[in-house]
Ligand binder design. Structure first.
Ligand SMILES: Nc1ncnc2c1ncn2[C@@H]1O[C@H](COP(=O)(O)OP(=O)(O)O)[C@@H](O)[C@H]1O
Ligand SMILES: [Mg+2]
Length: 368
């Protein structure tokens, strides 16, 4: 349900924004967030702000989420300001505090709202349009991780625990197969076989992390292309958004999800599987971009799993779609029957395509 302009204006007034509010409207009702804009007159100039309502079903501890967001954005901004002379407020989200100095506002209905400076002159795309955009996505997320390598203070709060715990995701699938509450396992025989056959890849990164061979880092955990805002004039990636899942993780999970979401020309529920493929030119640009920034901190062990991470994360998301299909579609919203099975098939087709090219992908990365 979108909000009425009057309600939005009231929420907007809780924040430290100067000037006269002109209007407020809906920008995007996404799967998780609801995003609105408010326009103010400040000294004769129009200035916009973003207001977002935090999804309390997904994020049970919004105060801890905002504490993470504050620490991350402040740290990035400080480093960006030292590095670039211009555009600091277009290169990282700026949180506007409430009138009583808090990072979020909670109203009588327990809704939690936060406000950002509106970054002007940027655009986002649902899907990558060109290898150059893949480069920009890789570079931006690599830089994001790099800027956070020296984040001071305690470990960030885990806003969604076990988010990329592939073993837990796999166990949930096994349980859904055993229970088969909706008698759907018969419709997904090929996919179930595919998943079970791939069990050996499930623990590879978890084990390496447990043994300390791959370090825990601050990662974004939602590295979709529509979370990168690009300058409309130059196409340069300016600012990363959607910071609710920034938490301790593995750098490779972020990269793997970029491989999943940028290298195939299809959407994640493409029914025509013949169109689903890992395109090498896209991967080359994506990894060039990522390593142009991330090679400054990645270890040898991380680098040697770059191609593997694309396969693993694509497999993991496929497993989650399959689990949801077998469990009655409770997590991922569906828009047609067997939608989650279609999504799973698309992921597994992409896993196969990556598998066929995995060695060549890794060779390309190793040559640097
Ligand atoms: N500070 C901002 N300035 C301008 N646009 C923004 C800003 N923050 C978010 N947006 C736009 O709103 C969209 C949705 O925001 P996001 O935080 O990614 O929520 P969602 O959970 O819906 O993906 C982004 O893709 C971007 O286009
Ligand atoms: Mg987003």
């Amino acid at each position: 349900m979108a909000y009425q302009e009057k309600q939005l204006q009231e929420i907007s007034r809780k924040f430290q924004i100067y000037g006269e509010i002109l209007h407020a409207e809906t920008l995007k009702i996404g799967h998780i967030n609801e995003t609105y804009t408010a326009t103010y007159d400040q000294g004769g100039t129009r200035v916009r702000y973003i207001h977002q309502k935090i999804n309390r079903n997904v994020f049970k501890n919004p105060a801890a989420v905002m504490k993470n967001v504050m620490r991350v954005t402040t740290h990035i901004r400080k480093k960006q300001e030292a590095r670039y002379l211009r555009n600091a407020t277009r290169r990282s989200l700026v949180v506007i505090p409430t009138r009583d100095g808090k990072s979020f506002y909670e109203n009588g209905d327990h809704e939690v709202w936060r406000t950002f400076v509106f970054v002007e002159g940027v655009e986002t795309y649902e899907a990558v349009q060109s290898p150059e955009q893949a480069f920009q996505a890789g570079r931006a997320f690599g830089e994001f991780q790099h800027l956070l390598v020296d984040l001071p203070g305690e470990r960030l709060f885990e806003t969604i625990p076990f988010f990329h715990h592939t073993r837990r995701r796999f166990s949930a699938l096994q349980q859904a197969i055993d229970q088969d509450h909706y008698n759907r396992a018969k419709d997904a025989k090929t996919e179930i076989d595919f998943a079970l056959k791939h069990e050996p890849i499930v623990d590879v990164i978890l084990d390496a992390m447990a043994k300390g061979r791959i370090p825990e880092r601050v990662t974004h955990n939602d590295t979709k292309f529509n979370n990168v805002m690009l300058d409309v004039l130059t196409g340069e990636a300016m600012c990363i958004v959607d910071l609710d899942t920034v938490m301790p993780g593995c750098a490779l999970y972020d990269f793997g999800d970029m491989v999943r979401t940028t290298t195939s020309p299809t959407l994640e529920d493409e029914p025509d599987l013949s169109k689903v493929k890992m395109q090498m030119p896209m991967f080359k640009k994506l990894s060039d971009g990522y390593l142009s920034t991330a090679s400054q901190f990645l270890t040898k062990a991380e680098k040697s799993h770059i191609a593997f991470s694309g396969k693993l994360i694509t497999f993991e998301i496929g497993v989650r779609f399959l689990t949801d299909f077998l469990s009655g579609d409770t997590y991922f919203r569906i828009h047609r029957p067997a939608h989650n099975l279609d999504r799973c098939r698309t992921q597994f087709k992409l896993v196969e395509s990556i598998e066929r090219q995995e060695e060549a992908m890794q060779r390309y990365v190793d040559r640097r």
